[in-house]
Write a protein that binds this ligand. Structure first.
Ligand SMILES: NC(=O)c1ccc[n+]([C@@H]2O[C@H](COP(=O)([O-])OP(=O)(O)OC[C@H]3O[C@@H](n4cnc5c(N)ncnc54)[C@H](O)[C@@H]3O)[C@@H](O)[C@H]2O)c1
Length: 381
């Protein structure tokens, strides 16, 4: 079988995870990387033994060897780079959010429809945790009854101090939202994915917890805790805390909160779905188990086990029970889903988030920002 040749644009924090994932998937091979930061691109190409290294998107897209391109650049570049990738006829795997505005997200989603040979995905990687897939399968089978409530949070601490800084705080680079666009987007995608229902109304309270931060004068790595020696004090506009009440299209209610200023939390992504018969709860920090709760029976943990897991979840778990799989494995699982879909000829609705799914998340993010500003419920669909 001919391998699908991959190029990755953006060699920052997440670009490296893409390199590692691609390297683990037999369906594809990593041909090239690109970054406008030449030194960074060169050092990643050397570290990982990658044959080609480019300084620009255009150079990488002009390479006829490359079949699929991952866009791992900051948010404000997603629309223009995704457009170039789609128009080049190469398959697209974009990082989230799809765009910084719904107008642009919709434009890209519609543009892709004019290129039916292009498979396009957005990297909502939490979907492919095997126990998240298991949750989806059990909810679809009616194991918890009718979905009534969805609750949870996604907490991190990498913006805890005023010396912590990221482009995610800058509206010109990230769009008008920091934590909702960055981690709330994952939370909403996961809940919609497992329940099969859409969030159609939101009521939000967003806050900028640290209104002035020390912005480093030189480019720094995302999630670094190093205190910059040279900085300027800047006013912060985007939020690092957001709480959202919502309604799903089946009438179910929900609430979640996200923040990057919660000391002690690295990646505390958790959610619980309460149905008319039972509840299911998953927490990414203990991602091999699913809690199932009953009123009239014993509560239980369902432990990840390739021998007993549902057929839908089975392709996304490899190791025998008790051998921990983690964030990297689920991340690889989502990228594997993308390449498997291409290899199988791109038929049917994929398991990964397509551009319409991702555009809807941008629409929700905009509605959440609007709701918080107006202090009122906003209808989305
Ligand atoms: N799916 C996930 O779990 C996850 C996790 C982290 C980040 N992300 C997403 O990935 C994207 C990148 O985030 P990050 O944390 O890696 O950012 P980062 O700042 O660490 O890296 C971005 C890289 O893009 C490069 N770049 C900027 N402009 C470029 C251009 N025109 N052409 C080529 N390269 C360019 C920068 O030099 C930098 O190396 C964001 O959209 C973010 O939301 C997703």
């Amino acid at each position: 079988m001919k391998k699908i040749k991959t190029g990755i644009i953006g060699m920052g924090y997440i670009g490296e995870s893409h390199i590692e994932a691609v390297r683990r998937i037999g369906l594809c091979s990593l041909a090239a990387v690109a970054d406008t930061n030449t030194e960074l691109a060169k050092s990643k190409a050397e570290t990982y033994g990658i044959e080609k290294c480019y300084n620009s998107v255009d150079e990488l897209l002009a390479d006829p060897d490359i079949d699929a391109v991952h866009n791992c650049t900051p948010n404000f570049l997603h629309t223009q780079i995704n457009e170039k990738i789609i128009r080049s006829g190469k398959h697209l795997l974009s990082e989230k959010p799809l765009a910084t505005t719904y107008k642009e997200a919709q434009y890209i989603a519609e543009l892709a429809k004019q290129y039916p040979q292009v498979v396009a995905a957005v990297n909502f990687n939490y979907r492919m945790n095997p126990m998240v897939q298991e949750m989806k399968s059990r909810i679809a089978n009616g194991d918890i009854g009718e979905v009534r409530l969805a609750t949870g949070s996604y907490l991190q601490d990498w913006l805890l101090y005023d010396t912590d800084y990221s482009w995610r705080l800058e509206p010109e680079v990230a769009g008008n939202s920091c934590c909702i666009a960055d981690i709330g987007s994952h939370w909403m995608d996961a809940v919609q994915h497992v329940t099969g229902h859409k969030i159609t109304e939101v009521m939000a309270d967003l806050a900028t917890v640290i209104p002035v931060r020390k912005k480093p004068k030189k480019q720094t790595e995302t999630f670094t805790s190093a205190v910059p020696s040279e900085y300027e004090e800047v006013e912060i506009k985007n939020e690092e805390y957001g709480a959202v009440m919502f309604r799903l299209n089946n009438g179910a209610r929900g609430v979640y909160y996200v923040s990057e200023v919660c000391a002690g939390h690295g990646c505390y992504f958790n959610f619980e779905i309460n149905g008319s018969k039972a509840s299911l709860k998953w927490n990414q920090e203990e991602n091999d188990r699913l809690w199932m709760g009953f009123r009239d029976d014993d509560n239980r943990f369902i432990i990840r086990n390739p021998n007993t897991i549902s057929a839908e979840a089975k392709p996304y778990t490899q190791l025998a029970m008790g051998h921990p799989e983690g964030w990297n494995d689920a991340f690889k699982g989502n990228i594997y889903a993308f390449y498997k879909y291409i290899a199988d000829g791109g038929k049917g609705k994929p398991l990964f988030a397509n551009l319409d799914d991702a555009a809807y998340i941008v629409k929700l993010t905009e509605a959440i920002v609007e709701s918080s500003k107006k202090r009122m419920w906003v209808k989305v669909d």
